[in-house]
Design a protein around this ligand. Structure first.
Ligand code: FAD
Length: 556
């Protein structure tokens, strides 16, 4: 008889561990307890069923207990909640969710993959009918039924994170008038405000009403205008809603671990070692429930994503099977589609680096998704953060209509491999006109950063411009007159790059010149001309495109 392994939670991390362990050990007895009615379901697909993009509900049910029994000899028990752990006896108490009956199960190894639970705001009226969270298949079914039966036409989505944005997009796709309410001044916390600004513009362009720096303070009772609630915002505005979706964040589901006396980390997630073992040698934990080290800052973090949960499940299975396997850290590589744009990120953002007092530099660039002369090329706004001395890549964000996933994935891979910006510049990536450029956007990001590390250029960020102008700096716009005609930084001097060498006399020596063009490439050339002629020049990274995109932030 082999060892007895019990797994709590039958979705991402839990099921990855169960199937991997079976592949490594035919003799182990593996029992998976899931308190919900479904195991191994595609929680990431739930928003797309609500919008109708995924039409077949069955497609979300990736596996069934019967199929898992047949293919992997797993004993998968849905509607079975693990209610308590007795570490000393190596036993758990299990409650049959349908009957309430309690049973006791013995284990040699116990894995907790209990996931996360939705944060419930303490707002009067929050638990009235017509208010939903979106975490499970039953949640999704309830939302779908409510919309159909109430003929819902208006929706309020609370929370502008990944799930809030996906829900807003999909409700809009289903024909509802959607209002998205976010308490912070930006959507998508993992992005910096200058990148989130592009997403915010896209949300508004598509007719979703977006409230930033504004939260719900009360859900007033439904009336003839609203089947769910009239939502009162911080600014006093009243928004009738036939349905309210609450997606203001998640917290690790640690109730079981906590009551068993397992150690929790500073963030409140279950503390684990590099092998993903908890403070008890026979208990392991993975996924949204655990605290991880951030790949860049090393700081304890909670990062709720499917990729890390799946990979951690595999690592624990290795360890239980006797292979030593370690989990290093989480980068937070993530992506979301918002209407016609995609936003992706990896590693640390500027907010995180600032808070960690880290030394960093930023490059913004706006390359095309593929060769500009080939039809269909779309601009990608990219931001990369790096250590200006060592050239280490610290993080990247990208927003665009095409090719965002590829660039973020390549940079994430480079970071994992410890490549520095000059090596990013040298990556040999596939190229033909429909797919990319001979200098891929990732190469360009590496080159732009490498120029800084080598001291070829000094950069200025959009938010530093106003302050530097106040201290006497001059803004030089090297775009063509027709480009300047469609908008310019107030007070800037216009000298096209092609005329710069002949008109150097028009620029003051001894004064800091902030050069810009549309995206930063021509103004980099201008800076090279100027510095080699004795001028003091900094290139506005991302140039006019970034500066223009953040106008709503600048104006605040
Ligand atoms: P889960 O997969 O959530 O599984 C935990 C399970 O444990 C739950 O089913 C729960 O019922 C069960 N459980 C908890 N306590 C007990 C107990 N005491 N007894 C028995 N069972 C218990 N991530 C991405 O990377 N990309 C995406 O696009 C994405 N989209 C998402 C969309 C939605 C709507 C949601 C809800 C999540 C999304 N995620 C996405 C997050 C991703 O699904 C999670 O990070 C991942 O599932 C975490 O895996 P886990 O095993 O830790 O927890």
């Amino acid at each position: 008889m082999g060892m007895r392994v019990l797994i709590v939670g039958g979705v991402a991390g839990g099921m990855s561990a169960a199937t991997r362990l079976r592949r490594l050990d035919e003799s182990a007895e593996i029992v998976v307890f899931e308190r919900g009615p479904f195991v191994s379901f595609a929680n990431c697909g739930l928003p797309y069923y609500i919008g109708g993009e995924i039409a077949d509900r069955e497609k979300l049910l990736v596996q069934s207990p019967e199929r898992l029994r047949a293919a992997f000899n797993l004993d998968v028990r849905p509607l079975a909640e693990v209610a308590a752990i007795h570490k000393d006896k190596r036993e758990v108490e299990v409650r049959n969710v349908s009957t309430g009956e309690m049973t006791v199960e013995r284990y040699d190894h116990l894995l907790l993959s209990t996931g996360a639970t939705a944060v419930v705001p303490r707002i009067p009226g929050v638990d009235r009918p017509g208010h939903f969270f979106l975490r499970t298949i039953p949640d999704m079914d309830r939302i779908d039924t409510w919309i159909r039966e109430r003929h819902a036409k208006t929706a309020v989505v609370l929370g502008g994170g990944f799930i809030g944005l996906e829900a807003a997009e999909q409700l809009h796709r289903r024909g509802l008038s959607v209002t998205l309410v976010e308490k912070n001044p930006q959507v998508l916390g993992p992005l910096d405000p200058d990148m989130a600004a592009l997403v915010q513009a896209e949300i508004r362009k598509n007719g979703v009403v977006l409230h930033l720096s504004n939260g719900a303070v009360e859900f007033q009772p439904p009336d003839e205008t609203a089947a769910a609630s009239v939502v009162q915002l911080t600014n006093g505005e009243l928004i009738p809603a036939d349905i309210v979706i609450i997606g203001i964040g998640v917290k690790p589901e640690v109730s079981l671990a906590k009551s068993a006396g397992l150690k929790l980390g500073a963030t409140g997630g279950i503390a684990v070692d590099a092998h993903l073992r908890t403070s008890d040698p026979h208990i392991w934990a993975v996924g949204d429930a655990i605290e991880v080290a951030h790949f860049v800052t090393g700081k304890p973090s909670l990062i709720a994503l499917a990729g890390p949960a799946n990979r951690q499940g595999r690592i624990v299975a290795d360890n239980i099977a006797g292979r030593s396997s370690e989990y290093k850290a989480t980068m937070g590589t993530a992506i979301v589609r918002v209407f016609d744009l995609t936003a992706g990120c990896t590693g640390a953002n500027e907010k995180l680096l600032k808070a960690a007092n880290a030394k960093y530099q930023v490059v913004h660039l706006h390359p095309n998704s593929h060769a500009g002369y080939y039809p269909g090329a779309k601009p990608i706004a990219m931001k990369m953060l790096f250590d200006p001395e060592s050239g280490s890549i610290l993080g990247a964000q990208a927003v665009g209509a095409d090719g965002v996933d590829k660039r973020i994935d390549v940079i994430a891979t480079a970071m994992m491999g410890g490549l520095a910006v000059d090596e990013l510049a040298q990556l040999e990536l596939c190229y033909a006109p429909p797919f990319g450029s001979a200098k891929d956007p990732v190469n360009l990001a590496g080159m732009a950063a490498e120029n800084v590390v080598h001291g070829d250029v000094e950069l200025v960020q959009w938010h530093e411009v106003a302050g530097l102008i106040e201290t006497g700096a001059v803004v030089l716009d090297v775009r063509e007159p027709n480009e300047r005609a469609s908008g310019a930084i107030p007070g800037s001097i216009g000298i096209p790059l092609g005329e710069l060498r002949g008109r150097l006399g028009e620029l003051p020596k001894g004064t800091l010149i902030l050069a810009h063009c549309a995206s930063g490439q021509r103004s980099y050339n201008a800076c090279r001309v100027l510095t080699q002629n004795g001028y003091q020049c900094r290139n506005l990274t991302g140039s006019f495109k970034t500066w223009k995109a953040v106008q709503d932030i600048i104006l605040k």
